[in-house]
Design a protein around this ligand. Structure first.
Ligand code: ZN
Length: 240
């Protein structure tokens, strides 16, 4: 069983008049949990900004195989200690998937160590997402490309360290391109960033997007964990 924890800020969906609340009445986190929990080998739970300090602790993350993170306007309200805890859990082997505007979340920025900046625009551009690594497990059953009728435009330069693999490259009808799906090994843990998913579009209800997130859960889930990534021991000589 792969144990997944989905963090969503859950702010836009509760703002009156925001389309996010119509598309995701129970929140983006619940929409993601709903399709993941249809899988026999996945058990998905959720956490929001309201209870992130209680539910994202070192002790609790020992029982999480993959953490999925969606945040946007309230990155700063996530305590630094939570971001540190997430980073250490990843270094110990927990998988992490960062969605859309989580590129500026504290845990992602800590894991990357760079600006994670990009250019953006809300203009209903169509996006064509090309599979640039067809051999990668995250791209399984996706085909050469797929299209989203509209999402927020993200464009290069994307201030990330060079990915281990760029699995998807997005092209927008406004002209921009973007490294839309990227992976990194961090310590014992695997990290995947995936660009689609602005809150005012039904992106997480799209079956191709759901399949990619499902593939990413399987790929980032650890085969084993370590528990001492932060140790720096002084040791005796192995040779007598
Ligand atoms: Zn957005």
């Amino acid at each position: 069983m792969i144990r997944v924890l989905i963090y969503n800020e859950f702010v836009h969906e509760r703002e009156s008049g925001n389309k996010a609340g119509e598309i995701y009445p129970l929140g983006i986190h619940q929409a993601i949990a709903d399709f993941l929990n249809k899988e026999e080998d996945i058990q998905a739970e959720t956490v929001t900004l309201d209870d992130v300090s209680e539910k994202v602790t070192a002790e609790k993350l020992k029982n999480v195989d993959v953490l999925i993170w969606w945040g946007h306007m309230r990155h700063d309200e996530v305590p630094d200690s939570v971001a540190e805890t997430v980073m250490e859990a990843v270094l110990n082997g927990m998988g992490a998937i960062f969605l859309h505007s989580a590129h500026k979340s504290k845990p992602f920025m800590r894991l990357m160590g760079t600006s994670c900046s990009l250019i953006w625009r809300e203009s209903d551009d169509r996006e064509r997402i090309w599979v640039s690594a067809p051999y990668h497990p995250i791209a399984q059953d996706i085909g050469p490309y797929f299209e989203l009728p509209a999402d927020e435009t993200y464009g290069e330069p994307f201030g990330i360290p060079s990915p281990d693999e760029t699995v998807f490259i997005g092209w927008f009808s406004g002209g921009e391109v973007f490294r839309s799906g990227c992976t990194w090994q961090r310590g014992n843990g695997r990290v995947f960033y995936f660009q689609p998913g602005h809150e005012t579009y039904p992106t997480f209800l799209n079956q191709v997007i759901q399949k990619i997130i499902l593939n990413a859960v399987h790929w980032t889930a650890p085969s084993y964990r370590i528990n001492n990534c932060m140790d720096c021991p002084n040791v005796p000589r192995p040779e007598k």
